[in-house]
Every structure is written in C-alpha cells, then in structure tokens.
Design a binder for this molecule. Structure first.
Ligand SMILES: [Zn+2]
Length: 173
C-alpha cells in the first residue's frame, strides 16, 4: 500500500471527464488500496481517482464519523446516480484538492447510486446525509467538476487564487 500525492486545484487533470473502468485487475485493486490509505491519511471522507492523477472512474469513501463505530471503506467503480430526491440539503463542503477552503453547496438530499464493486458485481444503494453529499461530490470529480463550480464566480476566483498561492509556496518549500 502506497500513499499517493493529491493534486491541488488548479490542475487540468481535475477538469477532465474520466474513463470508465473496463476490467478489475491487480492494478485497479492496488489503486483502490492506495486511494483508501491516502484518504484515511489525509484525513478525508472521500477521494476520487483523478485527485491522485489517475483518469479512471473510481472513488473511495468512508463517512463513518463515530470513532467508536467500525469503519466502512467503500470502493465504487463506474458509479452512476440512478435516482435523486427532489428534496435538497445544504452542506459545508471541503475537498482534499482544495485544502482548508469550505463553502455551502446545495444538492439532492438523497440519491441512489449503482456501481461495480471490486468483487466484480453490480451494487445499488441509497445514500443520505453526509454519505449522499460525499458520493455526489466524488462522482462530480469523475466528470471534471469541483465543489467550487457551484459557487459564484467571485468566490470561486478568490479560492482559486488562494490555491495558486499555496501551490507556489509548496513548490518553493
Ligand atoms: Zn473533492
């Protein structure tokens, strides 16, 4: 298991539509393991493959907040939203590719998602609360969309400038 470095916005790879996964092989299993380790290490509740520079439709998440509860690491391959509720909810979102910036984003409160598991089988499940926000945020990544794309242009530019500055500082360090 290897920790992979997380791309920081702005990066052209974070704006691209990712390719579907055609087969589950050792490479893909290693990618999923690395992504989960990288997510827990960050720490974060979700991570999409393009955030580690792999342009494939894979995401990992674990939104169990209670430290005493068992973790629930999930790997979703080629995920698709099959239903979204008309009811919305607003959650203050952040992103491992946009460190320390948070903003309210309104999305469908509940979604159903179908995906291919590492077991090669199709799964379908409904998500609500943080899980729903997280899975929608991560699926957006697979389509080259970031949570700041839901904000007004001024707020988005302000955050992008901060990230450009952060990247210059990181490059110098
Ligand atoms: Zn994100």
């Amino acid at each position: 298991m290897t920790l992979r470095s997380i791309l920081i916005h702005p990066d052209p790879r974070l704006k691209k539509v990712c390719d579907p996964v055609a087969q589950i092989d050792d490479d893909l299993r290693a990618l999923a393991d690395d992504m989960l380790a990288t997510m827990y290490d960050a720490p974060g509740v979700g991570l999409a493959a393009p955030q580690v520079g792999v342009m494939r439709r894979v995401l990992v998440m674990d939104c169990v907040k209670d430290l005493k509860a068992p973790p629930r690491p999930m790997v979703l391959i080629n995920p698709e939203v099959t239903w979204s509720s008309a009811e919305t909810s607003t959650y203050e979102e952040g992103c491992l590719s946009i460190p320390e910036q948070y903003a309210d984003v309104t999305r469908p409160a509940e979604v159903r998602v179908r995906w291919l598991g590492l077991d090669g089988k199709l799964h379908e499940e409904g998500f609500e609360g943080l899980w729903s926000t997280c899975v929608q945020h991560e699926i957006d990544h697979l389509n080259g969309k970031l949570f700041i794309d839901y904000l007004g242009p001024l707020k988005r530019q302000m955050i992008t400038r901060k990230m450009e500055k952060l990247k210059r500082e990181m490059a110098r360090a």
